[in-house]
Design a protein around this ligand. Structure first.
Ligand code: FO1
Length: 313
């Protein structure tokens, strides 16, 4: 059986971990956002892929959610001595991933091929597929002009209000054969509780991918989405402020509206039980449960409950 999950950063990685625990090895495919990817010190860094990779490999830094646990930053310290910008913190162990990835890309490999090689090297049973092999890059419009995503997210610590977003390259990007095959083989699809604007948004902005998702659903493949907004707040990251500054309702219903027409089941947290009726009026079945994924057991439980709701047909 193939379950396809769409995921971005930390929130998505947590549910991906639960799905990996709940499913037989090899049944899960995670399609990750690549629009956060960035060139640092001549190396390609893929934050959303690497956050899912390290989480599924069991080596992610538990507190931060990104990077490798027990990291050291000796290379960063020396790069600072050499006058390099070091506001985007790359750990020594993490650096090996970027060095290996960049070397393989320079040798002509596709991003998907390189990603699968790295996953195999780390013993990850789940396939983590970049949404596209060609570059897609998020930029956000602040009151002081357009910002590259990591400048906004890390250097400016998400301080600016986001007035618009752009996914440069999305209109010409093609989903990879691996992604299209996974969606053809899928018996269920789960949209993880990632930022609906800048994590799930870029994936759905690759139109042939969105069309393949719609086609799967038209074939009867049930799709679920788990709300990243609980009680009007994002558990991590700027999703709540971004929804507000872009004019969306900052609630689980506001997120459900963004997925209207794509989703059969919408998973809300128990604190938002009163919103179930509004979600149902969007043509989705509301599943109300405890969606806080504080530990591995909770992540597996949310995953199992979401899969069961999809299995219910
Ligand atoms: N986030 C930060 O807030 N500060 C950092 O210095 C930082 C470095 C970093 C390095 C590698 C990586 O894979 C992720 C990193 N992140 C950092 C997180 C990253 O910006 C976000 O995870 C995504 O781009 C948004 O989901």
């Amino acid at each position: 059986m193939t379950v396809v999950a769409l995921a971005g950063g930390v929130g998505g990685a947590r549910l991906a971990e639960g799905l990996q625990a709940a499913l037989p090895a090899g049944d899960l495919v995670v399609v990750v956002n690549t629009a956060d990817d960035t060139e640092r010190h001549g190396l390609l860094v893929c934050p959303d892929h690497d956050t899912v990779l390290y989480t599924l490999a069991g080596i992610a830094d538990p507190a931060q959610g990104w990077g490798i646990a027990g990291e050291t930053f000796a290379v960063m310290e020396r790069l600072a001595v050499l006058g390099e910008e070091t506001w985007f913190r790359l750990g020594d162990r993490d650096m090996a991933t970027h060095i290996a990835r960049t070397a393989r890309l320079r040798a002509g490999a596709r991003l998907t091929e390189v990603s699968l090689e790295i996953q195999r090297a780390l013993g990850v049973p789940t396939r983590i597929l970049p949404m596209a092999d060609s570059p897609v890059r998020t930029r956000v419009l602040s009151d002081d002009g357009w910002l590259d995503f990591q400048d906004y997210f890390v250097r400016l610590r998400q301080a600016p209000d986001v007035r618009a977003v752009s996914f440069d390259g999305a209109d010409t990007a093609e989903p990879t054969p691996e992604v299209l095959l996974a969606l053809e083989a899928a018996s269920m699809v789960v949209i993880c509780p990632s930022n609906p604007i800048v994590s799930i948004g870029p994936i759905l902005a690759v139109r042939p991918l969105r069309d393949a998702l719609r086609a799967a659903r038209a074939r009867g493949v049930p799709v679920a989405a788990v709300s990243p907004i609980v009680g009007g707040k994002a558990l991590k990251g700027p999703a709540d402020r971004m929804l507000a500054s872009l004019g969306h309702e900052v609630s689980a219903v506001g997120v459900a509206r963004l997925y209207a027409g794509l989703v059969d089941v919408f998973v809300l947290d128990a604190v938002d039980a009163d919103l179930a009726g509004k979600v149902a009026s969007l043509g989705m079945r509301a599943l109300v449960t405890d969606t806080i994924m504080g530990d591995a057991a909770a992540r597996a439980r949310v995953a199992r409950e979401t899969l069961a709701a999809l299995d219910g047909g």
